[in-house]
Design a protein around this ligand. Structure first.
Ligand code: HEC
Ligand code: HEC
Length: 446
């Protein structure tokens, strides 16, 4: 028996490519197809094999936030308060109407109900939640940012999102007395950006279009002035990131359940209704969800291609991670760049060996599934309106997008209707305590 399990483990590891070396292997079935677990456990009438239990034990406890040495202000309380003001501040947009919270709505799990974002103009991707993003290695569906602070700079200058420029953003900070006072407390006095001769009214780099008037205005500035603007802009991102580190959720029913499995204390086993336990068995067993939705975040934090078809309004040539890698390497605000507070450490190490690969075409980041019940619709293009639609997709795999290849271990799982409902009940048990209210509401501000 012990030898069978070792063989099954080796087979499982070798036949499941693309899932990262630390994905727990499923040794649930011995070579003759009999359940390998002589020592499983029956909970709420559901038999869990030892292999499933082992996968379930990996689902908790939720670790502390990883430190972010690239942001010296990551855990600075005053930076977080300033970041909160900026997150809700509509003045950081070209029409004065769009803030981060316009799309990342606190009442929608910091995501939004639209399939594709649409503020100043229609965007081609769905708005993911900001909750718990401080746990992630890569930001955006394609991972084109490697820190929360550099991520925050993207939407401000994105012409379809906030449509602002870094020049305007840092000028707002340096000329608005209330913002400036808070800024000085954290970062010290900003340069005087009000001189319209040295600092044009609107300017940002646009390396792709040398005819863009914003790019021309940016080029007209002295190199030292451009660096001063960039450095203040990076700090603005660092304040927002410090705020986002407050947006972590607390224990969910699944955490009580997993703690009970780990410690043997029977009480927590009641935290999940029987339907959710049936869903958990599928998730940690034959559904193979845990291979990508791994560990306490229910994500391996890496990228996979499910071959979803683009929906109307999306870019049919979207290369996903493949393009994201190149953008990240070119980004002066990445963790190895001049505006990072630490160019060594695990994040920098990850970047050093990164390059676009053939197999990352059409890959998107595995979303964290905590609080997923709060953030419909789903996937990078808001493809599915409900969780049931998502699990029905995994059941049939009835989409063949044209870019790249699906992980070849994925097969249609042909779930029954009641199995689909169980999986949904399980996903609903992942909703945690919300972050403290003082952080989820707009601050009384200037
Ligand atoms: C127009 C709507 C919109 C606005 C405004 C907006 N976002 Fe987003 N946000 C999105 C979309 C869409 C994505 C995914 C884009 C992509 O992956 O290409 C995203 C991605 C993110 C992510 C990455 C999450 C993850 O799991 O990868 C974070 C963090 C985030 N936004 C924070 C912010 C902050 C901070 C601001 C304000 C400075 C902001 N957003 C403004 C729509 C918006
Ligand atoms: C091969 C890795 C992989 C496997 C296996 C997998 N997922 Fe996913 N999952 C992903 C990726 C990647 C996405 C995002 C895909 C996209 O947007 O293109 C995703 C998205 C989701 C979402 C939507 C989350 C959101 O916020 O939009 C849910 C829910 C989900 N998966 C549940 C499951 C369940 C349940 C299973 C098992 C039946 C499963 N996944 C199996 C990788 C995987």
């Amino acid at each position: 028996m012990a030898r069978w399990m070792v063989i099954a483990l080796v087979l499982a590891v070798e036949t499941l490519p693309g899932c990262g070396a630390d994905a727990p292997a499923d040794a649930g079935v011995s070579p003759d197809g009999a359940p390998a677990a002589a020592f499983g456990q029956t909970i709420a009438g559901v038999e869990l094999t030892e292999a499933e239990l082992e996968n379930i034990r990996q689902m908790g406890p939720l670790p502390a936030l990883p430190p972010d040495p690239s942001n010296r202000f990551a855990d600075d309380e005053r930076a977080a308060r300033l970041g909160q003001i900026l997150f809700f501040d509509r003045r950081l947009s070209s029409n004065g109407e769009v803030s981060c919270a316009s799309c990342h709505k606190p009442e929608r799990g910091f995501a939004e109900e639209k399939p594709l974002a649409n503020t100043i103009a229609p965007a081609q991707r769905h708005t993911p939640s900001v909750l718990n993003t401080a746990h992630q290695r890569w930001q955006f569906w394609d991972g084109r940012a490697d820190s929360l602070w550099s991520q925050a700079l993207g939407p401000i200058e994105n012409p379809v999102e906030m449509g602002f420029t870094r020049m305007e953003a840092v000028r707002l900070i340096s000329t608005n007395p209330a913002l400036r006072a808070r800024w000085v407390e954290v970062f010290g006095p900003p340069p005087d950006f009000s001189d319209n001769q040295r600092f044009p009214p609107r300017a940002r780099p646009n390396p792709l279009d040398s005819g863009d008037p914003l790019e021309k205005a940016w080029r007209s500035m002295a190199e030292a002035d451009r660096q001063a603007v960039n450095s203040a802009f990076a700090n603005l991102g660092k304040a927002i990131a410090a705020y986002e580190r407050k947006l972590v959720t607390g224990p969910a029913p699944i955490d009580l359940f997993v703690a009970a499995i780990r410690t043997g204390a029977a009480d927590g086993l009641k935290a999940l209704p029987a339907g959710a336990v049936r869903g958990l068995k599928l998730f940690a067993g034959k559904g193979q969800c845990f291979l990508c939705h791994t560990g306490p975040l229910f994500s391996d934090l890496e990228f996979h291609n499910l071959k979803l078809k683009p929906r109307p309004g999306m870019n049919p040539g979207d290369m996903g991670r493949h393009a994201g890698v190149q953008q990240l390497l070119n980004d002066p605000f990445n963790v190895t760049g001049p505006y990072s507070d630490s160019t060594t450490g695990p994040a920098a190490e990850r970047l050093r060996f990164l390059k676009p690969q053939e197999e990352d075409r059409g890959q998107y980041k595995t979303p964290i599934l905590r609080n997923v019940a709060l953030t419909a619709p789903y996937m990078h293009g808001g493809h599915f309106a409900t969780l049931k639609d998502v699990v029905r997709f995994y059941s049939t795999l009835n989409e063949e997008g044209t870019i790249g290849h699906r992980e070849n271990f994925m097969q249609p799982l042909n779930f029954s209707e009641s199995e689909l409902d169980s999986l949904v009940a399980f996903l609903e048990s992942l909703t945690g305590e919300p972050p403290p209210r003082e952080w989820t509401t707009p601050p009384p501000g200037p």
